[in-house]
Design a protein around this ligand. Structure first.
Ligand SMILES: Cc1cc2nc3c(=O)[nH]c(=O)nc-3n(C[C@H](O)[C@H](O)[C@H](O)COP(=O)(O)OP(=O)(O)OC[C@H]3O[C@@H](n4cnc5c(N)ncnc54)[C@H](O)[C@@H]3O)c2cc1C
Length: 478
């Protein structure tokens, strides 16, 4: 008899709803369903509140903000303020972040208490349909069964199969956000949004930074003007980019000395090799779902491509009474999407219908300045054969940016070719994420672009720039 069968021979603890993982979707389901009078058990192996407040969005934005303050110090003369002997204390930077995280964990614990949802710290794996074995921190196990089970186990940083990479013990975002020293030369494998945000922050703290990415452009899925603007920013801040480049092998140990063998160019092109040495190596080369080794096959939960859980538009898995939420369900990898997944499942549990298809997926990359987009890019519109008009203005045309000395970047809007409907909005500029929110609300309300063009918006605010942008929409020629 194996251990799973032994456990199953004992009667499992029965619960109304069992949730695995305390991520955004999982925790809001726990709190909401418990408040509605359901009996809920949430199992979390490490992070009270999940990735976002502990190791991802909020800690990274905290560290990025410290880097922004550092950049102000280094630019202080531009503002007519002098400050000598600027020194970065990374341990203090990290401690500010740790203090914030602890505060957030406390808020989460209070929410569990107030809602009545039970939080069980332990690692869960299925041993049968809707039945889980939970290994507690002291090594003891408990077997639990839910009438309904929700899987929200998230993802982790992918470690690409590169010779010597694992042995080099590279940093992931988790360790990078815990650094109490400034890396002398940080090599970053991956120029996606996590790589870009951390590259700029570490550079601003004084690290030499090199970003290596196999794609030929940063943010390669975005429009060419966006990629170019990001590359110009990185160039101006002294961040080295090795684009169209992959790492063939790694030697050494991150934190001491690492040596990468780089190959420039694709297999079908003429390739050249280069040795690149650095002090630290950070891997930001994509995400892998935490679905391996948790017994999904014993629960009848099938996987889709790349190890994500197969779900329908209501996030139901292939096992009756089992849902998946957030990144592990293959949903776009943002906290606000995991939160919307919560709404989808909440509605299903309440006998109503909400679906994941056709929802807005806005995003913001927290480089400085930020890159934000909602709706269609030009690249997407072209690929889908959707005709559009485009308005584009430099951020400098938004006069508020001049008062801030933050004129870098641009905003652009895509408008339907034959109506005044807003199809998409992209901004690369100061507070782009906040500006995007106003356009998003207009899109939700179905407002024509002329409503923003003709709005009376306070001067000088960043949102005022929207009147300038939408005044630049070309007319419809009939
Ligand atoms: C560095 C970084 C920065 C980011 N910045 C942003 C940002 O600015 N904005 C944004 O919208 N998104 C950002 N993201 C993405 C965002 O963090 C995630 O999309 C979000 O946290 C939603 O994740 P989730 O709910 O799917 O899972 P998670 O929050 O990852 O939760 C899954 C939980 O399940 C637990 N778990 C896993 N397996 C088990 C098991 N077997 N038993 C028990 N528990 C288990 C994990 O410990 C974890 O706590 C960032 C991500 C990273 C890595």
């Amino acid at each position: 008899m194996n251990s799973a069968e032994t456990q199953l021979s004992e009667a499992p603890e029965q619960h109304e709803i069992v949730i695995i993982g305390c991520g955004e979707g999982g925790k809001f389901l726990a709190w909401t369903m418990a408040k509605q009078g359901k009996e809920v058990l949430l199992i979390e192996r490490k992070y009270v509140g999940g990735s976002c407040p502990n190791i991802a969005c909020l800690p990274s934005k905290n560290i990025i903000h410290s880097a922004k303050v550092a950049s102000y110090f280094f630019r202080s003369q531009e503002f007519g303020i002098s400050k000598d002997n600027v020194r970065i204390d990374m341990a203090a930077v990290r401690d500010r972040k740790r203090k914030m995280v602890q505060g957030l964990v406390d808020v989460h614990l209070a929410n569990f208490k107030a809602s009545g949802a039970k939080l069980l710290m332990g690692s869960a794996r299925f041993i049968g349909p809707k039945t889980l074995e939970v290994t507690l921190p002291d090594g003891q196990t408990r077997v639990v069964r839910g009438d309904k089970v929700i899987i929200g186990v998230g993802t982790h940083a992918t470690l690409p199969r590169i010779s010597g990479l694992a042995e080099a013990n590279p940093l992931t975002h988790i360790e990078a956000l815990e650094l109490d020293e400034i890396p002398e030369h940080l090599l970053i494998l991956g120029g996606g949004y996590i790589g870009m945000e951390l590259a700029q922050a570490m550079r601003r703290f004084g690290s030499r930074v090199t970003v290596i990415d196999r794609n030929k452009a940063l943010a390669h899925g975005e429009d060419a003007d966006v990629s170019q603007a990001l590359e110009d920013l990185f160039h101006d801040e002294g961040i080295e980019l090795k684009l169209g480049t992959h790492v063939k092998s790694v030697e050494g140990l991150s934190g001491q000395a690492v040596k990468l063998l780089l190959v420039h160019g694709k297999a079908e092109e003429i390739q050249t090799e280069e040795i690149l040495e650095g002090s630290h190596l950070l891997v930001a080369a994509g995400r892998t779902p935490n679905t391996h080794g948790i017994g999904l096959e014993l629960a009848g939960v099938e996987l889709a491509e790349h190890g994500y859980i197969k779900v329908d538009e209501q996030l139901r898995t292939t096992a009756p009474g089992v849902w998946a939420v957030g990144e592990c369900a293959g949903s776009p990898q943002f906290t606000h999407i995991s939160f919307d997944d919560f709404r989808v499942i909440r509605e299903d549990l309440s006998g109503r219908r909400r679906v994941t298809t056709d929802r807005q997926v806005p995003f913001c990359v927290f480089t400085d300045p930020e890159l934000a987009r909602i709706g269609l890019s030009e690249t997407e519109a072209r690929a889908k054969g959707i005709p559009y008009r485009v308005a584009r203005i430099p951020m400098a045309a938004d006069l508020r940016t001049r008062t801030l000395s933050e004129t870098r970047g641009f905003m652009k809007a895509l408008i339907a070719a034959d109506s005044d409907r807003i199809l998409g909005f992209t901004a690369f500029g100061v507070s782009a994420g906040e500006i995007m929110g106003a356009v998003q609300i207009a899109m939700i309300g179905g407002l024509p672009y002329t409503a923003l063009r003709d709005a009376v918006i306070t001067h000088p605010t960043l949102l005022e720039g929207l009147t300038v942008l939408f005044a630049a929409v070309p007319p419809v020629y009939k």
